[in-house]
Design a protein around this ligand. Structure first.
Ligand SMILES: NC(=O)c1ccc[n+]([C@@H]2O[C@H](COP(=O)([O-])OP(=O)(O)OC[C@H]3O[C@@H](n4cnc5c(N)ncnc54)[C@H](OP(=O)(O)O)[C@@H]3O)[C@@H](O)[C@H]2O)c1
Length: 250
């Protein structure tokens, strides 16, 4: 059996996920990118190849239960385990969070499709995918689960109405990340006596399609926390919300 560690990065075809795959590849891990569009998955691994990184991709749409099961089949058949799961795929359906007109009355008026679709991608399907892959993560000597969250999901931050972040009123997105953080805490607690570590990462405000052009950090920097949490040593933290080693309040 190969000793190279296997990392599954959902939404790895672009943005922070692509950079996470690249950095893990540079560290000698085998990144497997989940991409809902197979052509974009192929393009991503071709690009990594030009950088000297060997990677793979699987077709993965977070909202499709059959894609969760095919991911299980893929890792089970090829590796009989999974070392790292990075729940990175994420979406916002509320538009530019820094646009004053967009955020007006967002909580009062949020539509049912926006609220449900956001929770589907950013929360429900993270739980279901993780449940599906957990039997394989338990077979790893040092399983790592990284839930890519956001400081916008920090209730402590949002409840301080004087902070600039409290004025970003993307209710659906923020709530999905708060729920994701709850999943991190519950799962980490349940797995605390195993080798598996489960943490939430805060990438910072990153200039990507989702973060917008005004993002103050690059995908390269944004990926660093996911990589840090994916490669934690055995005595590293679990059940935490971190941006690199800085703890973010829940
Ligand atoms: N950018 C920021 O400032 C920031 C801040 C905090 C947290 N985050 C989090 O970081 C993660 C990555 O975001 P990003 O900034 O890199 O955004 P991005 O460049 O827009 O990339 C999002 C990725 O998620 C994938 N995705 C979206 N919906 C999906 C679905 N239903 N099934 C499978 N994949 C799906 C996208 O796939 P397609 O290419 O097919 O659309 C893409 O690969 C997200 O969880 C986001 O919430 C970002």
């Amino acid at each position: 059996m190969s000793t190279q560690k296997i990392a599954f990065i959902t939404g790895g075809n672009r943005g922070i996920g692509f950079e996470t795959a690249k950095q893990l590849g540079e560290l000698g891990y085998l990144p497997v990118i989940g991409a809902r569009n197979p052509a974009q998955g192929q393009e991503a691994i071709d690009k990594l190849k030009t950088m000297g990184i060997s990677a793979r991709y699987i077709k993965f749409d977070a909202t499709l239960r059959e894609d969760h099961l095919s991911a299980f089949d893929y890792f089970s058949t090829h590796f009989d385990r999974l070392d790292i799961l990075i729940n990175n795929a994420g979406a916002s359906f509320e538009g530019d969070p820094v646009s004053a007109s967009k955020i007006k009355d967002a909580t009062e008026n949020v539509s049912e499709p926006v609220l449900r679709d956001t929770m589907e991608v950013n929360f429900f399907n993270v739980v279901f995918l993780t449940q599906a892959l957990l039997p394989l993560i338990k077979k790893s000597e040092a399983g790592r689960i990284v839930n890519v969250s956001s400081r916008l999901g920090s209730l402590t931050t949002k409840a301080d109405f004087s902070t600039p972040l409290a004025r970003v009123n993307t209710f659906a997105y923020d709530t999905s990340k708060t729920a994701l953080n709850s999943f991190t805490v519950h799962l980490a607690n349940e797995l605390k006596n195993t080798a598996i570590k489960v943490n939430s990462s805060n990438p910072g405000w990153v200039s990507t399609a989702l973060g917008g052009a005004a993002g103050t950090s690059t995908p390269e920097d944004g990926a660093k926390t996911s990589v840090y949490l994916a490669t934690l040593p055995d005595d590293g933290p679990t059940g935490k919300f971190l941006q690199l080693e800085e703890e973010i309040p829940w």
